[in-house]
Design a protein around this ligand. Structure first.
Ligand code: 6PG
Length: 471
């Protein structure tokens, strides 16, 4: 009888759910999927091979009955109410010690609420980030589970088998207590937003400023991907410039409307950073610029009022492109620094015990922000697991120092040509403030005390002070 039972159940057989199940089946696990939409179940079966042990059902109870105990059931449904609805329909069907996994991009506070709720019902709950898109799910994602440590121990062999591997090491690890899994995934996405913003800015500089065509842009990104900037996002950017549009036969990138979508994880990262508080300006700018892009009609009207500008940059092309690459790398490192410092702070505030060394270790492969840089960050955290900011690591600092001049040069040139490089600017601004032993915030404190008696601290004595300012 037990041979007929399944190792793992999936609720939601969209592309991600289907691909994850097929990935598990590739690794010899018997898997069963549920979706009310019968065509999704059929797609799962069509895509499975004869060696797979796979089944699709349209009844939740039918799925639950056919799982080995403790049952391991993952939901891949849209974040928000659908997750609560699925939990409610599952609960009457489950036994003590069964495990529910939320593999979607849920908001971490919802995950925390669900963890506490299900703990009272003796059901394990794991909030788990999964990154890598459709291909990642099918052939090896980066997986960020958190919360219930007992459940993690049950899930470990399966998740290790299906995750991406780097140097034969699985890109999955326990991310910490409570909502740590979804928290780490949220910040992953915030960094993803920042890197995408920075790449779009240097694209603008090269397209408008240097008048590079798509073939030339492809070659630049391809070259970068073979060198210091090697990463998934640079790799796909190189490929994007070669893609033709089936309708017009023109380059596809040129016919795509310049309005960026977003599902919310970037915004959550920014909002949450302000709550902590911690400073992540490059992620904030990335969110803000996706937002401004949506105001297309207003932008077109404003462009008419302000007139079309000559945005050409005069510079030695090859040398300038090399500097752009260095500027981009520098700003990308600073974006990781912001995101990772946020995780450090959040781990402390919410007592999540997030192992930062493991975070960067499992981001080395499978996920959207995978990059060779992660290896360097991994080395930094291996030296000091509790590093509050990777900019404090000497090796990372010297990497930044070797590139920051290019970052400043590119920003200055772009600004003269009226090309918005606000992400790059925010990165250098963060660097300058973070590495400043004397910020001008003494003046802000003086102003606050002047108009509102908000008090200030002194550099030469302990205590809190207020002055009767002369007006
Ligand atoms: C991933 C991605 C994935 C998704 C983003 C897109 O890690 O695989 O981050 O989670 O593609 O949520 O987010 P936006 O729609 O907000 O750009």
């Amino acid at each position: 009888m037990s041979n007929d039972l399944f190792d793992f159940g999936m609720i939601g057989l969209g592309t991600m759910g289907r691909n994850l199940l097929l990935n598990m089946a590739d690794h010899g696990f018997a898997v069963i999927g549920f979706d009310k939409d019968e065509t999704k179940g059929s797609a799962l079966l069509t895509e499975s091979s004869s060696t797979h042990h796979v089944k699709a059902v349209v009844s939740l109870s039918e799925m639950v009955q056919q799982l080995k105990t403790p049952r391991k059931i993952m939901m891949l449904v849209p974040a928000g109410k659908p997750v609560d609805d699925v939990i409610e329909s599952l609960l009457p069907l489950l036994d003590k010690e069964d495990i529910i996994i939320d593999g979607g991009n849920s908001f971490f506070n919802d995950t925390l609420r669900r963890t506490n709720y299900l703990q009272n019902k003796n059901v394990h709950f794991v909030g788990m980030g999964v990154s890598g898109g459709e291909k990642g799910a099918r052939f090896g994602p980066s997986i960020m589970p958190g919360g219930d440590i007992a459940a993690w121990n049950y899930l470990k062999p399966l998740l290790e088998a299906v995750s991406a591997k780097v140097n034969n090491e699985p890109c999955v690890a326990y991310m910490g207590k409570g909502a740590a899994g979804h928290y780490v995934k949220m910040v992953h996405n915030g960094i993803e937003y920042a890197i995408m913003q920075l790449i779009s800015e240097v694209y603008d500089v090269m397209k408008k400023g240097l008048q590079l065509n798509n073939q030339e842009l492809h070659e630049v990104f391809k070259h970068w991907n073979e060198n210091d900037l090697k990463s998934f996002l640079i790799e796909i950017t190189a490929a994007i410039f070669l893609q033709k549009d089936e309708l017009t036969k023109n380059d596809l990138v040129d016919v795509i409307l310049d309005k960026a979508g977003s599902k919310g994880t970037g915004k959550w990262t920014s909002q949450e950073a302000m709550n902590l508080p911690v400073s992540i300006p490059t992620i904030d700018i990335a969110v803000a610029f996706r937002d401004i892009s949506v105001y297309k009609e207003e932008r077109v009207a404003a462009a008419k009022i302000f007139g079309t500008k000559d945005q050409m940059i005069t510079a030695d092309k090859n040398n300038f492109i090399q500097q752009i690459g260095e500027a981009l790398q520098c700003a990308i490192i600073i974006s990781y620094a912001q995101g990772l410092s946020m995780l450090h702070k959040a781990s402390e505030i919410y007592q999540m015990d997030i192992p930062l060394d493991d975070v960067v270790k499992i981001w080395r492969g499978g996920c959207i922000i995978r990059s060779t840089l992660l290896e360097a960050f991994y080395e930094s955290y291996q030296k000091n697991k509790n590093l509050s900011n990777i900019l404090l690591d000497e090796i990372i600092a010297s990497l930044i120092e070797s590139k920051e001049k290019s970052l400043r040069t590119i920003i200055a040139k772009a600004m003269e040509s009226k090309i918005a490089v606000t992400g790059l600017m925010s990165a250098v601004g963060y660097l300058d403030a973070y590495t400043s032993d004397r910020m001008p915030t003494n003046l802000i404190q003086a102003q606050r005390d002047f108009f509102g008696a908000h008090t200030y601290q002194r550099i030469d004595k302990d205590g809190t002070f207020h002055t009767q300012w002369n007006n």
